[in-house]
Design a protein around this ligand. Structure first.
Ligand code: NAP
Length: 281
């Protein structure tokens, strides 16, 4: 079984991006800039933002975090996004989710210029992705896609099963694999026989949020299994895939932690650089 080492692949990607930033600086006399807006003091969001800032600095991006208390008015945030949209030194804007209840998430997402939407959540980017046009792609599925391609460069005709249909994971992941000519099935909580669907799959991407849902007898021999889940349990953080047993069947599998997570952050940096390059064309 191939252990898909997300940490290592992400480190290689960051190194490629670091070199690209140097080249872009020479070419344009500017470096791509990422601004993260963080609202409130939720511990996981604080940790994610710190990790993103550290990674951005590591590859040489200009990075900035704007912090607001959880009580900030929606208008203040929207006005700030407008200001960032107009600032030419900023290539990418990310508003860390989740947001406090009084702030309309969709309004925030739609206020970010599609060309600076490094999360790929703006309806224009969602539409472009599903139409097969150039767009920002949500960071987690993009990271999963890059890992799958490392294992299997030719995905044409493969059967891929997404577990979960969120806008963040399942849906964009399905679009990426469809573009690669996979035959894609998207499953969800109302799917009648999830095990039977999974048993058909050459590629399984689990993004559910249920600890160790995917068992060894759900997985076809030699399938590639990507575990997006992050679940806090009594035995620590586990994914949506029962790692120990599935590792005996699968051709390749991502660990949790150390699989999808590091790739998500590296892909945020990649998206920032892509936004910068598109703005120069
Ligand atoms: P989400 O928005 O809660 O979506 C979960 C999806 O799973 C939904 O589509 C839901 O179906 C489906 N589902 C629930 N129970 C199911 C079942 N028994 N069988 C089949 N499908 C079922 O979650 P998300 O934001 O996509 O996140 C999923 C997991 O990934 C979470 O553990 C999250 O922490 C993790 N995550 C990790 C990263 C990373 O960087 N590693 C990034 C983002 C998220 P319905 O649509 O029918 O409700």
């Amino acid at each position: 079984m191939i252990l898909i080492d997300g940490k290592k692949i992400a480190a290689e990607l960051r190194e490629e991006l670091r070199k690209e930033v140097v080249e872009l600086k020479v070419k344009h006399n500017k470096i791509p800039g990422l601004t993260v807006v963080l609202i409130g003091d939720m511990a996981p969001s604080q940790i994610y933002v710190r990790m993103k800032e550290k990674a951005a600095n590591e590859v040489g991006l200009k990075s900035e975090v704007i912090r607001y208390p959880g009580t900030v008015e929606e208008k203040t945030v929207l006005d700030k996004i407008d200001e960032l949209n107009k600032d030419e030194s900023i290539s990418g804007i990310l508003v860390q989710l989740p947001l406090p209840k009084h702030i309309d998430k969709q309004k925030v997402i739609e206020t970010i210029l599609p060309g600076k939407d490094v999360d790929g959540f703006h309806p224009m980017n969602v539409g472009n992705l599903s139409s097969g046009y150039e767009s920002s792609v949500p960071c987690t599925p993009l990271g999963c896609y890059l890992m799958i391609k490392k294992i299997e460069p030719n995905l044409s005709g493969k059967k891929a099963v997404m577990i979960g249909r969120s806008n963040l994971n399942g849906k964009p992941m399905a679009q990426l694999l469809l573009k690669e000519n996979c035959t894609v099935t998207i499953t969800h909580s109302k799917t009648k026989d999830l095990k039977a669907e999974c048993l058909e799959a050459d590629i399984i991407v689990a993004a559910v949020g249920i600890p160790e849902l995917v068992k060894a007898d759900w997985v076809k021999k030699d399938a590639i299994v990507i575990d997006v889940g992050i679940n806090k349990t009594e035995k620590g953080i586990v994914g949506d895939v029962a790692f120990d047993e599935v590792s005996k069947v699968a051709r390749a599998l991502t660990p949790v932690p150390g699989g999808v997570g590091p790739m998500t952050i590296a892909c945020l940096l990649k998206n920032t650089i892509e936004c910068f390059k598109r703005s120069k064309n």
